[in-house]
Design a protein around this ligand. Structure first.
Ligand SMILES: [Zn+2]
Ligand SMILES: [Zn+2]
Length: 255
């Protein structure tokens, strides 16, 4: 079956995705409350025990809110340093962990982690493949390096952070230090940076995109969508050639 993507919630307040081929269901990040996670899973016809494992990108709070509880039932896969960092956070005890630095199999999926640039101990993005399709997940990165582009090239589906509108961030109320952190190489991708990467990926054949991890204060869904769509159109890529969806904090979005 074709890969489906479910954003159960995505943004500064919590991130959780499910990737499914109809047989194997994988969760990426566990940044919602247990209650929200269970009820959002039920909305898409799944229970915790239907999930084969949790891929963890990094240890920030918006990615780990219910990780400790989920790890009672599910194995958490990430870089060893990330798993140690989470275990060092007060009150968090992870039960079932697996440190991964190379490709590994999880049900029907073949998973390859790759490094991204973010102010965390060892942040990951993931390539998730079946025999027929390739999906890439890239959020929480200050920029898209050549290495990342190479890892995700040839994807059918890409979930990519479109965190902030540069103008809104610069004119907004955030303290200077926080603005600098977000804009830095170890911060987050702006709509403009994401649009450039999406354009290049679309040119090399990616057909389905989900823009994710939008800032609540420095972005709007319409703005992220418009910035990417405008660049796609100016590169001659027509609306019916690619699908672009925008993940949001509260509603489940399906791609
Ligand atoms: Zn982060
Ligand atoms: Zn985050």
């Amino acid at each position: 079956m074709e890969i489906s993507v479910y954003s159960l919630g995505s943004g500064s307040k919590g991130n959780c995705f499910v990737v499914s081929d109809g047989e194997t269901n994988i969760m990426i990040d566990a940044g919602l409350s247990v209650r929200a996670t269970v009820s959002k899973l039920a909305e898409i016809g799944l229970r915790i025990q239907d999930i084969s494992g949790v891929l963890l990108t990094h240890e920030h709070n918006d990615h780990i809110r219910c990780l400790a509880q989920l790890s009672t039932y599910l194995t958490v896969y990430s870089h060893g340093d990330t798993l140690s960092a989470v275990s060092d956070i007060d009150g968090i005890r992870l039960n079932s962990l697996k440190a991964e630095e190379k490709s590994f199999e999880l049900g029907d999926f073949f998973i390859t982690p790759f490094s991204v640039s973010h102010d965390a101990v060892h942040p990951y993005g993931f390539v998730i493949e079946t025999e027929r399709e390739k999906l890439s997940y890239v959020t929480d990165t200050g920029y898209i390096s050549k290495g990342v582009m190479k890892a995700i090239d040839g994807s059918d589906i890409v979930i990519m952070e479109s965190n902030h509108d540069r103008e809104l961030l610069m004119r907004g109320w955030y303290p200077e230090r926080l603005k600098r952190r977000i804009l830095s190489d170890k911060g987050h991708l702006s709509n403009e940076e994401t649009a450039l990467a999406v354009r290049d990926l679309a040119k090399s054949g990616t057909e389905r995109f989900m823009l994710a991890h939008l800032s609540e204060n420095n972005n709007l869904g319409e703005l992220a969508y418009w910035t990417t769509s405008r660049l796609l159109r100016s590169a001659g890529i027509k609306k019916d050639e690619v699908t672009v969806k925008v993940a949001c904090q509260r509603e489940t979005v399906i791609l």
